[in-house]
Design a protein around this ligand. Structure first.
Ligand SMILES: *Cc1c(COP(=O)(O)O)cnc(C)c1O
Length: 377
């Protein structure tokens, strides 16, 4: 997004500000569909739950991955007015509830929608049988997350060796196991993770078939990486690898879905903050800005993400530290950034901050989350 527009919006709305460009979201979705035409994208709402984003992606043709009942309703309320088909087909086409662990109240609330939900252990299966017997099931597999920025395999997914037993247990309980899913870890820059995971899923499907159960859905999860820096290999390369493995390993009538979160929204947002303090300490200039790691920059803590800081001002860059606005010592946005000399009231900005950022913003220390502005060109 161009600098002039960012400054104009910051002047108009004040800071801290997050600007979301919906044209970029539409472009990211189109890229995903173009490179993986056989894969239906279920946007992982937790990456950025703004209702405006849900509507933009719905209009573009996306479906949704939700991980809590409020997220389910946020999607359902935004799309239910357009039911083209019978309700259950429609919901399955549009929503998967992909949090493998669900409190019983959530299962009870979900059941009337006959949702598609994931599980990865026998206790969850018993809960589903009791509280959401009308759900369709997807078994989450544990797959290697090697080198991914956010690792998920220690928390979720059954071992391949127990998978078929869990599938058979599901049918024995009178439920229907429709699919398999996995997640290779968020911001997965090691593309071999996808290759391994697809091979694991294919082997499980084959074994299930040999024991009399046909699995119809393959959910390849999220993890599609964003080019935060130049080391990230292009998505086109990953898509080629995935498409080739899918063609090689799975029957053409298997329904394939994915749950991209970060990939669809990260590059669509820019955060603008204002310098509110300045000092010289330990040999370098320190700036204090009116956003923080408890707010838009929460991804530094929860997402293991580092954002570059940019300025509108030109000048000789010097090493400096950028602190957040809160009174907490851990609230450091950049320990060593290269910026031209800045004055109080100057604006700074960070790009590619649309995923796992405002989504996990808090009210810590009395500071409100940044205002969000949607640009829909
Ligand atoms: C968070 C999450 C996603 C999205 O992951 P990204 O790395 O942002 O693409 C997808 N599926 C599940 C089950 C998740 O928990």
């Amino acid at each position: 997004m161009n600098g002039r527009l960012l400054q104009t919006l910051a002047r108009e709305h004040g800071t801290p500000l997050v600007i979301i460009d919906h044209e970029v979201i539409r472009r990211n979705y189109a890229t995903f569909k173009r490179r993986l035409p056989k894969v239906q994208a279920y946007f992982a709402v937790k990456a950025n739950p703004a209702a405006e984003i849900i509507r933009t992606l719905y209009d573009a043709g996306a479906s949704f991955d939700v991980a809590s009942f409020p997220e389910f309703l946020a999607v359902y309320e935004n799309i239910k007015r357009l039911p083209a088909k019978q309700r259950q087909d429609f919901i399955w086409d549009k929503i998967i509830y992909a949090n493998p662990i669900k409190p019983k109240e959530t299962l009870q609330a979900l059941d009337e929608y006959k949702p598609l939900i994931t599980y990865d252990n026998i206790d969850e299966l018993r809960k589903i049988k009791r509280y959401a017997p009308h759900a369709g099931l997807v078994l989450r597999l544990r797959v290697p997350n090697t080198g991914s920025m956010v690792e998920l395999s220690s928390k979720f997914g059954c071992d391949a060796s127990e998978a078929v037993d869990l599938i058979l247990e599901g049918f024995k309980a009178g439920l229907v196991v429709e699919g398999l899913s996995f997640h290779v870890g968020s911001q997965c820059t090691n593309f071999e993770n996808f290759v391994h995971a697809l091979n694991i899923a294919a082997a499980v499907m084959e074994e299930a078939r040999s024991r009399g159960r046909e699995i119809k859905i393959l959910d390849i999860g999220g993890g599609f990486p964003v080019p935060y820096d130049s080391h990230v290999k292009p998505f086109s390369l990953l898509a080629k690898k995935i498409a080739a493995e899918i063609d090689r390993l799975f029957a053409p009538d298997i329904e394939i879905l994915a749950e991209p979160g970060r990939f669809l929204v990260a590059t669509a947002a820019t955060a603008v903050a204002r310098v509110i303090g300045k000092t010289f300490r330990d040999g370098r200039t320190c700036y204090y800005v009116d956003d923080s790691v408890y707010h838009t920059f929460s991804g530094i803590v929860f997402d293991h993400c580092q954002y570059r800081i940019h300025t509108f001002k030109k000048g000789e860059p010097e090493i400096c530290t950028v602190f957040g606005q809160t009174c907490d010592g851990m609230d450091v946005i950049a320990q060593a950034e290269q910026l031209p000399p800045l004055d109080i009231e100057d604006l700074v900005y960070s790009k590619d901050i649309g995923a796992y950022s405002s989504a996990s913003s808090t009210w810590f220390n009395g500071f409100a989350p940044a205002k969000i502005v949607h640009v829909n060109r």
